[in-house]
Design a protein around this ligand. Structure first.
Ligand code: AMP
Ligand code: GLY
Length: 464
C-alpha cells in the first residue's frame, strides 16, 4: 500500500517556505468539503495547491485565495499571475457561468465542462434531450412553459405520485417529490410565486415518480474515454431513516453494495457511455466529471439527474479511497488524452463520510460558533476531517460558517469499521447546535443482510 504523509492539524497553516515534492501548482475553485478533499488529495499527489476561496480546513494544507468561486475574471487573473498550471472547478455555478470557456480563452489549462456542456446539470430540459438522444433510461416527463399549463395538465390527470421540477439551477431546492395531485399542484404554484425560483422556473418539468434505491455513479471523461469511479450512496434527506426535508447530502459511503460489478458495467454501457457519445454527437463534448444520480428501479437503473462535477459529500468518500494519482487523471482530461492514463487504483475496504451540520440547516443557520475537538478527531487512525463551511477567526480558532459544516470521513477494512471510525471522529467534535444523521451507511448493512438471507447457505436443501 502507498505510504501517505500524516495529515497536518487544522492549526498548522500552509507557508510559502514549505518544501514541495513537485513544482506543479494547482488551483482548486470552491470552498466546501468537496474542495477540501480535492486539495487534500492533490497535496498527496505532490502538487502545491491554491484554493479560492477555500475554508479553515484548506488553509491548513494549501494557500487560500480570497476570491469567490463565481468571480471568473478574478480567477483567470489568479491563475495567470500565480503561474497555475491546472485549475479544477468544484461547484456547478461557475461551470454553468462559463469558467472553463474563460480559462480556455485565456490559454489556461482547466478541468471541467464548458458552459454549454454544463447545461447537462444547469438545465433539466437539456439533460432530458441528451438522455433522449442517447436512448438512456430516465423517468417519463412533460415540459411546461407556464404555471397555468402545468396546472391544467395536473388537473386533467389521475391522482398519482408525481415529481415537479424547475428547469434551471435552484441550489437543490427546485425539486418537489409529491405523493398526490394536491401536493403537485402546490409545488407548481410555489415555483410560480416564490422569488427564489424566478430564474430556475422559466420551464417546469412534471415527471413520473420512480421507486427504488438511489445511488451515485460518477465518471471522469475527456469526451472520448471514460473512467468510471466506484459507486456511492448519498443520504439526501435531513434526518435518520430518510425523513425530513431534502438537503445537499448528509453523508455518503463507498462502495455501495447496491451496485455490484455487473450492474456498474451495465450503468457504464447503458448510461454513461451513451451520454458522453450523445454530447459529442450534439457538438457539445463533455469533459470533467459526469455524475449520474440514479434510481435502481424494478426495470433497471434510470437517470434522476446528471451533475457536471464531483458530488459533495461523495467526493470526500471517494478521495480517501483513491491510492493512485488524481492529478494524472485530471491532467489526462485537460489534455484530452485520458486513454493514456493508467486506470485508478482504489484502496480495498470502504469509506464513510458523515456530514456535521449547524443548527437550522437546511434552513437559515447560525454561523460563527467555535468548533472544538478537530485535532482529536483528525488524530484517530483512518479519520480525515474535511471542512465544508468553516472560517478561521482572528484568534486562530475554527468557526462554523454555513449549514453543512464538516464532512467527517473515515476509511476501514470493512464498511462497519469505516462507519465506527467516522462516528468516533464525530464524537470528538462539538459546537453549539451541531448535529448529524446517525445512520449513514445503514442501508448498505440492511441490503447485505437481506442478500445473505436470500442466498441459501452451502448444504441447505441438499441430502436428506
Ligand atoms: P434532482 O435534483 O433531479 O436529482 O432531484 C433531487 C432528488 O429528488 C433526487 O435525489 C431524488 O431523491 C428525488 N427525485 C428526483 N426525481 C425523481 C423521480 N422522478 N422519482 C423519484 N424521486 C425523484
Ligand atoms: N450529493 C449530491 C450532489 O452533490 O449533488
Amino acid at each position: 500500500m502507498q505510504v501517505v504523509p500524516s495529515a497536518p492539524t487544522a492549526q498548522s497553516r500552509w507557508k510559502e517556505s514549505e518544501p514541495l515534492a513537485s513544482s506543479r501548482r494547482v488551483l482548486v475553485v470552491g470552498g466546501g468539503g468537496r474542495e477540501h478533499a480535492l486539495a487534500w488529495k492533490l497535496r498527496r499527489d505532490g502538487a502545491e495547491v491554491l484554493v479560492a476561496p477555500g475554508n479553515a480546513g484548506t488553509a491548513a494544507i494549501a494557500e487560500n485565495i480570497p476570491v469567490a468561486a463565481t468571480d471568473i475574471a478574478a480567477l483567470v487573473g489568479v491563475a495567470r499571475d500565480r503561474g497555475v498550471d491546472l485549475t479544477v472547478v468544484g461547484p456547478e455555478a461557475p461551470l454553468v457561468a462559463g469558467i472553463v470557456d474563460a480559462f480556455a480563452a485565456a490559454g489556461l489549462r482547466v478541468f471541467g465542462p464548458t458552459a454549454r456542456a454544463a447545461q447537462l446539470e444547469g438545465s433539466k430540459l437539456f439533460c432530458k434531450q441528451m438522455l433522449h438522444r442517447g436512448d438512456v433510461p430516465t423517468a417519463m416527463f412533460q415540459e411546461f412553459r407556464s404555471v397555468a399549463a402545468a396546472r391544467e395538465f395536473l388537473a386533467a390527470r389521475e391522482d398519482m405520485p408525481i415529481v415537479v421540477k424547475a428547469d434551471g439551477l435552484a441550489a437543490g431546492k427546485g425539486v418537489f417529490v409529491c405523493d398526490d395531485r394536491a401536493a403537485a399542484l402546490a409545488a407548481v404554484e410555489a415555483l410560480g410565486s416564490d422569488p427564489q425560483f424566478a430564474g430556475a422556473a422559466k420551464g417546469i418539468l412534471i415527471e413520473e415518480r420512480l421507486d427504488g434505491a438511489e445511488v451515485s455513479v460518477m465518471a471522469i471523461t475527456d469526451g472520448r474515454t471514460i473512467v468510471t469511479l466506484p459507486p456511492l450512496q448519498d443520504h439526501k434527506a435531513a434526518y435518520d431513516g430518510d425523513q425530513g426535508p431534502n438537503t445537499g447530502g448528509m453523508g455518503a459511503y463507498c462502495p455501495t453494495p447496491f451496485v455490484d460489478a455487473d450492474l456498474l458495467a451495465d450503468i457504464e454501457a447503458r448510461i454513461l457511455v451513451p451520454t458522453v457519445h450523445a454530447m459529442r454527437r450534439a457538438k457539445v463534448p463533455f469533459q470533467g466529471v459526469l455524475y449520474a444520480g440514479l434510481m435502481l428501479t424494478a426495470q433497471g437503473p434510470k437517470v434522476l439527474e446528471f451533475n457536471a462535477r464531483f458530488g459533495d459529500p461523495e467526493c470526500e468518500a471517494l478521495m480517501v479511497l483513491l491510492e493512485s494519482s488524481l492529478l494524472d487523471l485530471l491532467d489526462g482530461v485537460a489534455d484530452r488524452r485520458l486513454e493514456t492514463v493508467e486506470q485508478p487504483v482504489w484502496r480495498p475496504g470502504a469509506s464513510v463520510t458523515v456530514v456535521m451540520a449547524s443548527e437550522g440547516y437546511p434552513g437559515a443557520v447560525e454561523k460563527g460558533r467555535t468548533i472544538r475537538g478537530l485535532d482529536a478527531a483528525a488524530a484517530l487512525p483512518g479519520v480525515e476531517v474535511f471542512h465544508a463551511a468553516t472560517k478561521l477567526a482572528v484568534d486562530g480558532s475554527v468557526q462554523s460558517d454555513g449549514g453543512r459544516t464538516l464532512a467527517v470521513t473515515a476509511v476501514g477494512d470493512s464498511l462497519a469499521r469505516a462507519k465506527l471510525l467516522a462516528y468516533s471522529g464525530v464524537r470528538e467534535i462539538r459546537w453549539p447546535g451541531a448535529w448529524c444523521r446517525k445512520d449513514i451507511s445503514d442501508k448498505a448493512t440492511a441490503f447485505e443482510l437481506a442478500a445473505a438471507r436470500a442466498v441459501p447457505a452451502a448444504g441447505d436443501g441438499a441430502g436428506a
